[in-house]
Design a protein around this ligand. Structure first.
Ligand SMILES: [Zn+2]
Ligand SMILES: [Zn+2]
Length: 234
């Protein structure tokens, strides 16, 4: 039996259901679910969470807190459909198809905003938060790298692997808060590959600690301008 026939048969016996509602077969995200994606409309300051254009951090917030990131731009709210699709891609299917579909649904308004941001930032490349080797083996793909590739195609920028995860981090649960923050600061190493300005991509931002640590590593490597882009924000 040919591969095409086999895959048709596999789909017939085990049909794919919409990963948002888990009801409609044969689609990755159905129309109804794609209409329920909550778009992160008003960009906010990474530090004080007040509204700011394109997520550019307020100068006092940045300087008073010695933050490396210039700002963070996000596309969807993690709560709701986008988060569900993202979790499906990562933990249920171990397959980036749902993630591709979510990227395809990035609204036109946000694509325009990304162009505007690029006119202002003039980044030379896009990099992303790495996974540990064990997680990448388990999942088969790095979701942040996948999103970076998609954004690279939108902005016509190369995607470079600049950050690596230092695997020898002790068990986080056994550490107190201060020690945990310290190990997080040493969680990543980075190289600049001669670049001065990059976007740093992650799938979701919650406390922002991971992104801060990776930005610090990039800064230590000599990159002076680092701007975060995340597919989802919680
Ligand atoms: Zn659905
Ligand atoms: Zn602020």
């Amino acid at each position: 039996m040919k591969y095409a026939q086999l895959s048709w048969l596999a789909e017939f016996i085990f049909p794919n259901f919409c990963c948002g509602c888990n009801r409609r077969p044969g689609v990755v995200i159905c129309d109804s679910c794609s209409r329920h994606l909550a778009v992160y409309k008003k960009q906010t300051c990474f530090w004080c969470r007040r509204e700011t254009p394109l997520g550019i951090m307020h100068q006092p917030c940045r300087l008073n807190n010695e933050l490396i990131l210039q700002g963070v731009f996000s596309i969807f709210w993690y709560a709701g459909m986008a988060g569900r699709v993202l979790r499906s891609a990562k933990y249920r299917f171990h397959n980036p198809t749902a993630l591709d579909e979510l990227c395809r649904l990035i609204p036109l308004s946000h694509r325009f905003d990304l162009f505007t941001l690029q006119r202002y930032i003039q980044a030379q490349a896009i990099t992303y938060i790495p996974l540990s080797n064990a997680s990448k083996r388990r999942r088969g793909f790095n979701q942040s790298e996948h999103i970076a590739q998609y954004l690279g195609a939108i902005l016509n920028l190369p995607v470079c692997a600049l950050v690596t995860k230092v695997t020898e981090t002790p068990n986080q649960a056994s550490l107190d808060k201060k020690a945990r923050a310290q190990t997080r600061n040493h969680m990543f190493r980075a190289s600049s590959k001669g670049l001065r300005s990059v976007y740093l991509v992650d799938d979701v931002i919650t406390t922002g600690a991971t992104m801060r640590a990776a930005a610090q590593a990039l800064h230590n490597a000599g990159i002076t301008s680092i701007y975060g882009i995340t597919l989802c924000r919680s």
